[in-house]
Design a protein around this ligand. Structure first.
Ligand code: DX5
Ligand code: ZN
Length: 216
């Protein structure tokens, strides 16, 4: 089962409710929410309050991507706001196993995220404890960037690691996912595709999501 998770980072926030309802009606599977703190990444975006608002608008699973330092301090806030899955960057977690436990104890699914330059070795000993691994295919911080090509090999290697352990872990890819890149990303082994500008940057969300799904 392959899924599309539109990133609201590229949505029109003056009409956020309409944007999310529109994406849901157009075939979105999850809603991806990019949380940035201006420290780990050079941009500041949204916090638990926005997650709470989105939770009132849609019943779709809320996929919360934390690009923040000291994520342990905020996991409960995001869980209470309605997050279904919380993903943390390995680069921000010196005690990653404990952070994953914190997410699970908050009744959320747990994901770990790797920046483009971060090795798959960093997650070898947590793979069995997470529901999802998110591979960044751009340097995090902004929408609308170009896909970094060697992510394809990284997806293939991660898929081998997951299969070798016989795990059901999902592979998610985030950054530069569009009609041109999605087929290769999919055939490399990805399950969940985050897309911001390839959906919210277009006039017809139904057509955009169908165009992506047709290329899985
Ligand atoms: C980037 C974010 C992405 C971003 C993707 O740091 O994590 O989720 O919204 O945007 P596009 O799909 O436009 O590359
Ligand atoms: Zn993201």
């Amino acid at each position: 089962m392959k899924l599309i998770a539109p990133s609201i980072l590229s949505a029109d926030f003056t009409i956020l409710g309409d944007e999310i309802r529109h994406a849901e009606a157009a075939g979105a599977d999850w809603i991806h929410i990019d949380v940035m703190d201006g420290h780990f990444v050079p941009n500041i975006t949204m916090g638990p309050m926005i997650v709470g608002v989105v939770n009132k608008i849609t019943d779709l699973p809320l996929d919360v991507h934390l690009m923040i330092e000291t994520p342990d301090n905020y996991i409960q806030d995001f869980a209470h706001a309605g997050a279904d899955l919380i993903s943390v960057h390995v680069e921000t977690c010196p005690h990653l196993n404990r952070t994953i436990d914190l997410i699970r104890c908050s009744d959320c699914q747990a994901g770990v995220v790797l920046n483009p330059a971060t090795s798959l070795d960093t997650i070898e000993w947590v793979l069995e404890y997470v529901d999802l691994v998110l591979l960044m295919s751009v340097n995090p911080g902004f929408g609308g960037q170009s896909f970094i090509p060697n992510t394809i090999e990284k997806i293939e290697r991660l898929k081998q690691m997951i299969d070798a352990k016989g795990l059901p872990t999902l592979i998610q890819v985030d950054g530069g996912v569009n009609e041109k890149t999605i087929a290769r990303i999919s055939s490399a082994g990805a399950d969940v595709f985050v897309a911001g500008s390839a959906i919210f940057g277009t006039g017809d969300y139904k057509k955009s999501i169908k165009n992506l799904k047709d290329r899985f």
